[in-house]
Design a protein around this ligand. Structure first.
Ligand SMILES: Cc1cc2nc3c(=O)[nH]c(=O)nc-3n(C[C@H](O)[C@H](O)[C@H](O)COP(=O)(O)OP(=O)(O)OC[C@H]3O[C@@H](n4cnc5c(N)ncnc54)[C@H](O)[C@@H]3O)c2cc1C
Length: 261
């Protein structure tokens, strides 16, 4: 079983600054962490590798310093790591990001399952997983709260959707996106940390992936983040106290008052 896990390095802060010209995040010098959702994606991969045998390769697309999240994943238990980095990939939206990650999965070869986190805590689109599947033309199962089985070339999983749980069976290879709390991520082990410190991590750029610059990075992105602003918070709310009846009367007055004005 060969499982590829896509993980993202995200800013360890909500105070992000945007490059006014490119509409992209300024990531230089910002403390960054492994996207919290991706710890569950990694753990799911380790569980099935430990059960079925095989290897887990962790991949990330990002600037050179994104290598640190790969070493974190190796310390947790990943067997191999791959950095996908090139100036031509900078500023990518979800389409360009997924297209590039899919090209890396194809070049890796013999991948039976791609696992991603449900979403990243900065872009928050939850689009990358499904978009990787579309780019590879593979089936996908999103919002997975439990993988029941992987056998006979198929995966059986529970999708947690509004109003209930869908049980979905898909042929492999496939892409799944894992929900928070689908499992309990293991902590980095001493052996893992030692391996992570020594591991030579290859970097693949646009030439290695044979991609056209017109389909990567900012140039290859059909969408642009035009502005990002933190919503203004106002504290001029009114606090009313009283019995439920009294508060209901106050609320009615306020609402009716607004209607009359
Ligand atoms: C505030 C903000 C808003 C944005 N809005 C949009 C938008 O509306 N549309 C748009 O197209 N782009 C948007 N972007 C750009 C977008 O963040 C990047 O394209 C990003 O690489 C993928 O989208 P995401 O962050 O939403 O990740 P998601 O799609 O939420 O991530 C889901 C999973 O995909 C994997 N993954 C995501 N990125 C990577 C990566 N670089 N390497 C490896 N695995 C990865 C991880 O497993 C992650 O858990 C936005 C960026 C920011 C900072």
């Amino acid at each position: 079983m060969r499982i590829a896990v896509a993980v993202k390095q995200v800013p360890d802060t909500a105070e992000v600054r945007i490059d006014p010209e490119r509409g992209t995040l300024i990531r230089e010098g910002v403390p960054s962490i492994l996207n919290p959702f991706d710890e569950y994606a990694l753990e799911e991969a380790f569980r099935w590798r430990d059960e079925l045998g095989g290897t887990v390769v962790v991949i990330t697309m990002g600037p050179p310093w994104a290598e640190s999240v790969l070493r974190e994943a190796v310390a947790m238990g990943a067997d191999e790591a791959l950095l996908i980095s090139d100036r031509a990939f900078a500023g990518a939206d979800t389409w360009a990001t997924s297209h590039t990650l899919a090209a890396a999965v194809t070049k890796l070869g013999d991948v039976d399952l791609v696992i991603t986190g449900k979403q990243a805590i900065d872009g928050d689109t939850a689009q990358t997983g499904p978009s990787i599947a579309a780019s590879l033309d593979w089936p996908q199962i999103t919002f997975v709260g439990k993988v029941r089985s992987i056998e006979d070339g198929h995966i059986l999983a529970e999708r947690y959707v509004e109003g209930g749980i869908e049980v979905v069976r898909s042929s492999l290879p496939a892409v799944v996106t894992i929900l928070k709390d689908a499992n309990t991520p293991r902590l980095p082990s001493l052996r893992g940390k030692m391996k992570a410190r020594k591991l030579e991590i290859p970097t693949w750029g646009i030439d290695d992936l044979g991609l056209d610059p017109a389909e990567t990075g900012l140039d290859g992105s059909p969408t642009r983040v035009v502005t990002i602003s933190t919503p203004e918070t106002s504290s001029d709310g009114e606090m009313h106290r009283g019995t439920p009846e009294e508060l209901a009367a106050v609320l009615a007055d306020l609402l009716l008052g607004e209607e009359e004005s």
